[in-house]
Ligand binder design. Structure first.
Ligand SMILES: O=C(O)CCC(=O)C(=O)O
Length: 327
C-alpha cells in the first residue's frame, strides 16, 4: 500500500515558499507605487497605467471601472428585485436587458398617471380630437370602431402567418429583426411556424411570441389586410415596421416598460387580451395599477414607454394583434 503524503510536511514547507514570493511581489509593487508617486502623474494617466503580471496585462483603470460596473449592476438588480417583490406581482420575471433599460431612464413626472385609473373607451373620434387629447398623452385609450372593413379580422390566423412566412418571397426571406420568445422556449420565427400541429392548435404547451416586420415588402404585403387607424393625427407618420404578437391563452408579455422612440397603437385582431398597467416605480404612491381587456376589433393606444405593462391572453381563441409606432 502506498504511503499517503505527509500533510503536515507539505503544509509547513509551502507557506515558506509562498511567503518569500509574496514578499518579493510586495516589494516590487511598492517600488512601482513609489515610482508613480515620484512622477506625480495626473489621474487620467495613472488610470490608464498598465501593471504587467506574468503573461496577463491588467489595466488599473479597467479594474476600477469593472468594480464600479459590478457595483452598479448589483444595485440595479437589487432595486429591481425590491420593486418586484414589494410592488410587482409574484412570478413576474424580467430578462436582464429589460431590467437595465428602465432603471437608467429619467424619473417620470407623476402627473402623467395621477387620476388615471382605467382605460378610456372611444368611438367616432376625429383625428383632431384624438391628437389634442390622447395621441401623445399618458391616458390609455381603446378605440372600438377603427377596424371596420379590415380583411385581417377574417384572414389572420396561425395558418395565415405560417404560409405568409414560409411561402411568400420577400427580400432576404428570413425575418431576423425583433423577435420575443417570452416563455415559449421557441427561439425564432422559423421555429414558430414549424411547431407541431397540436401545439399550434393550442392543445400542447402554451406559447406566446412577438416580432416586428423586417422588410418593406413584408410590411407592405401585410398592410393589405389592415389600414392606418382613421383616428391617428393627420400629420402622424408611421415607419414601415409593424409589430405582431400572437399566442394562446395564458401569460403574454412579462411586466416591462419599453424604450421605443414613439407612441404606438395595437389592434386586437383575434382573441381577448388582458393588459395590466403599472405606474413607474417612482409614482407608485400617487398612481394606480389597473387592468382592462381588449376585444377583437378594438385598437389600444397606450404609452408603453411610460406605463409598465404586462399581458395575459384570456381563455378562448388565439390572440393575434398587429400594431405600429407613429410620430
Ligand atoms: O401585446 C403584448 O402582449 C405585449 C405588447 C408589448 O409588450 C409592447 O407593445 O410593448
Amino acid at each position: 500500500m502506498a504511503t499517503p503524503p505527509d500533510d503536515d510536511m507539505t503544509q509547513t514547507t509551502r507557506p515558506k515558499i509562498c511567503d518569500k514570493k509574496l514578499k518579493t511581489a510586495e516589494l516590487k509593487i511598492n517600488k512601482i507605487l513609489q515610482k508613480i508617486d515620484s512622477l506625480q502623474l495626473n489621474n487620467s494617466y495613472t488610470s490608464r497605467l498598465e501593471v504587467e503580471t506574468g503573461k496577463s496585462v491588467v489595466s488599473v483603470g479597467n479594474i476600477k471601472k469593472f468594480i464600479v460596473v459590478i457595483f452598479v449592476l448589483f444595485f440595479i438588480n437589487f432595486a429591481q428585485w425590491l420593486y418586484l417583490e414589494f410592488f410587482g406581482r409574484k412570478g413576474c420575471t424580467m430578462d436582464v436587458p429589460a431590467i437595465m433599460k428602465p432603471l437608467f431612464r429619467p424619473p417620470e413626472d407623476c402627473s402623467m398617471c395621477m387620476g388615471v385609473n382605467d382605460v378610456v373607451r372611444l368611438e367616432n373620434i376625429t383625428s383632431k380630437e384624438f391628437e389634442d387629447n390622447y395621441a401623445y398623452g399618458a391616458t390609455p385609450v381603446i378605440v372600438t370602431d377603427a377596424t371596420a372593413g379590415w380583411k385581417a379580422l377574417q384572414e389572420f390566423d396561425f395558418k395565415f402567418f405560417a404560409e405568409f412566412y414560409q411561402n411568400t418571397k420577400m427580400g432576404k426571406q428570413t425575418n431576423d429583426c425583433y423577435y420575443f420568445a417570452y416563455k415559449s422556449g421557441i427561439n425564432s420565427l422559423t421555429e414558430v411556424f414549424n411547431m407541431d400541429e397540436k401545439r399550434a392548435n393550442m392543445s400542447g404547451d402554451p406559447w406566446y411570441v412577438g416580432w416586428s416586420t423586417c422588410f418593406e415588402e413584408e410590411t407592405r404585403k401585410l398592410r393589405v389586410y389592415y389600414k392606418r387607424p382613421y383616428f391617428l393625427p393627420t400629420s402622424a407618420e408611421s415607419q414601415m415596421v409593424d409589430w405582431i404578437f400572437m399566442g394562446g391563452p395564458g401569460q403574454g408579455a412579462h411586466m416591462h416598460v419599453d424604450s421605443v422612440k414613439q407612441m404606438s397603437w395595437q389592434a386586437q385582431i383575434r382573441g381577448r387580451k388582458q393588459w395590466e398597467l403599472a405606474p413607474p416605480p417612482e409614482c407608485l404612491y400617487y398612481c394606480s395599477w389597473f387592468t382592462f381587456t381588449v376585444a377583437p376589433g378594438e385598437i389600444l393606444v397606450v404609452d408603453t414607454n411610460r406605463w409598465y405593462h404586462k399581458t395575459n391572453v384570456l381563455p378562448g381563441d388565439i390572440s393575434i394583434t398587429i400594431g405600429a409606432e407613429y410620430d
